[in-house]
Ligand binder design. Sequence first.
Ligand code: HEC
Ligand code: HEC
Ligand code: HEC
Ligand code: HEC
Ligand code: HEC
Ligand code: HEC
Ligand code: HEC
Ligand code: HEC
Length: 479
Amino acid sequence: MRSRWLMTLFASIPIIAAALALQSCGGVGGPQTDTGGLPSVTQQFLALLGVDQKSATYIGADACAGCHGGKSPDDPIYAHWKDTVHAEKGVTCERCHGPGSAHQAAPSKENILTFPKATSPIVCAQCHGPTHDQYNFSAHVKLIASPVDSGVTNPGQSRSSACMSCHSGLFRNMVNDKGKVLADLQDDEIRWIAENTLTSAPHSATCVTCHNPHSKTGNLTDDGKEVMLRKKNFNTDTTDVAPGTTAQQFTNFDHGCAQCHNGRGTNPADSRLQASTSRPSMHDSNQYNMLMGFGGVEGSGPVQRNTAHANAPGQCTKCHMPDSRHSFTVSFDKGCAPCHTAADAAARTGQVKSEVLGLLTSLRGRMEAWAAANLGDADFWDYTSLIQAEGKTPPNQANVPIEIKRARHNYYFIIRSGDYGVHNAPYAKHLVTVANTNLDALNAPRPAAPKMSAEQQLRVIEEHRKKANQAEMNLPEDN
Ligand code: HEC
Ligand code: HEC
Ligand code: HEC
Ligand code: HEC
Ligand code: HEC
Ligand code: HEC
Ligand code: HEC
Ligand code: HEC
């Protein structure tokens, strides 16, 4: 698995991550002669500048202040910037926006590098080389084409907005900052994003999706550092992601990672399970729901939702970004300290994953055995679009008892989070128990567990997860 070797790779990068990689000086577009000890402007950065800016020269941040100086409450950029580490270290406006003489003479968006092109990670990579290298290995640099592609071909559809708000980092900025949706297509910026996401801005999340480039925000890291985060990365408020909230509402969730990594409309109420039978109601991103422990069918007994992991300082970033590592891969050595040693964390992870995979395999075996005996086909316990994907005609869903519908919800709830119990072992195991209790009520058989290693079980289950994703691509959004 890719994350394994990344883990080793980044564990060996020395902690000079904050050290700035020096790059060669650019020759076109009015190169700065004095960079104040900062790395020079790069060729890749200069290549972002439009023709009207290529021959401009540098005028200094104070010259921008006259017009962007905070005189209007709508444009307090200079005043805010002045207060940042960037200003202190001499990272002036023009290091990110390019030389300003032409713009000063005749202000326009054509002669200054601005949104959307200014959001390229290349702007930040001029100085944050090591961070950019780590980020380049992360999943966030990639794009799942289809949800974004639908934005290009059918730009007016709400489905596209709903997908792009988490699958395009730039679109997310528009949603967060300006409350825009794809229906605002007459807007230049929205149109640029819709048309260029696949080619020019292919990132799920870019530097400025998570960081405000101009301003302190007060959303501190777990060790109290101000790193200009747009959203806080610790939040135990579950009201916004309570089961039953619509998918659209989930995209407003106020949490650095969970704004995208949430279940997006997961709903375990019986009424919803009866009404929505084409595909699982949670998206492939329900990690926050899993961590906090809600969104599965929980039964009537006591539920342990809130674990030490949910309360780990920084939550997601504690385990996925130790030392601000931007690959977002988990580190057993740094990410799990001081609570576990690396060896303990690795052993527990292996143990919990194989246990949960075993439980899921047995659960699925029971649902298959019940369906074969009662509906005539082992696949018929599943959601209709997933049965259709096998070339079969699904049974009338009125003939599928609520117990099966509850069990399959919990089955998918666990596999779509993708961590197989590591985020919240008590909750994942509880959901399996509740599923089995429901199957007991149907007297579903307990076939002997197939002889498979944890790796083989994972392969089978991931195959199932992939099918659920494909089903989601092909169906109109229903929530
Ligand atoms: C003489 C006044 C003036 C000065 C000086 C000036 N700007 Fe501007 N700037 C403007 C105006 C007016 C606009 C809006 C242009 C438009 O919308 O067509 C603008 C737009 C911008 C934009 C695009 C905003 C957007 O909505 O996309 C950026 C970025 C920008 N300026 C940065 C700078 C920087 C950096 C400097 C200093 C190097 C600077 N400006 C100096 C007046 C100025
Ligand atoms: C560290 C890089 C960086 C620095 C320094 C910086 N900017 Fe920006 N700026 C950006 C990026 C990236 C965007 C587009 C993303 C966004 O809107 O957050 C942007 C957006 C803008 C906009 C458009 C805002 C809008 O509503 O679309 C203006 C105007 C602007 N900057 C002016 C300035 C001025 C003036 C300074 C100096 C006082 C400055 N910037 C310093 C990176 C920077
Ligand atoms: C011209 C160089 C330069 C550019 C371009 C640049 N930075 Fe920085 N950045 C710095 C320096 C220098 C520091 C101070 C870090 C240090 O001293 O280790 C810094 C600090 C930061 C910090 C930490 C802030 C803090 O309070 O510790 C963040 C976050 C950051 N930059 C994000 C960005 C982003 C996002 C971009 C692109 C939009 C960007 N930077 C572009 C040079 C740059
Ligand atoms: C609330 C944010 C959010 C919204 C809205 C959203 N997604 Fe996602 N989606 C994610 C995240 C985060 C992941 C990655 C989860 C992971 O890797 O575990 C993901 C993963 C996926 C995957 C799995 C990709 C793979 O790795 O194989 C598909 C397919 C997908 N999304 C399609 C869509 C479609 C189609 C829409 C619109 C109907 C959509 N998404 C809307 C957040 C969202
Ligand atoms: C998905 C969100 C996300 C993206 C994308 C992202 N960052 Fe960060 N960044 C964070 C978080 C969260 C932290 C604080 C981590 C922690 O708790 O230490 C951080 C920390 C930092 C710091 C401070 C490091 C330190 O040791 O003080 C810098 C600098 C930085 N990021 C730059 C960047 C740059 C440059 C990019 C793009 C190449 C980028 N970030 C992309 C979320 C993100
Ligand atoms: C703007 C939306 C967005 C934000 C914010 C975001 N992510 Fe993601 N993340 C995604 C998407 C979309 C993917 C899947 C990308 C792909 O596979 O193409 C993803 C993938 C990942 C993966 C890899 C999953 C895998 O299948 O291997 C991890 C780990 C991850 N994100 C962690 C985080 C953390 C930690 C944060 C907060 C610091 C965060 N993400 C913030 C959208 C986001
Ligand atoms: C206690 C540490 C910890 C915390 C807290 C944590 N994670 Fe994880 N996460 C892990 C581990 C360990 C794995 C890898 C499991 C494995 O071995 O596959 C993982 C896996 C993932 C994956 C990959 C799943 C896939 O699709 O294959 C994503 C995405 C993810 N986490 C996102 C998040 C987000 C978002 C948060 C915050 C809501 C978070 N994690 C909180 C430890 C943590
Ligand atoms: C803030 C402290 C903290 C951090 C950080 C933390 N854990 Fe845990 N973890 C715990 C506690 C407490 C338990 C429950 C221990 C128990 O009940 O025996 C636990 C349990 C676990 C379990 C087993 C759950 C079970 O029920 O058997 C796994 C697996 C696990 N952690 C993996 C990790 C990994 C991997 C990391 C780092 C990526 C990590 N943890 C980070 C505190 C933490």
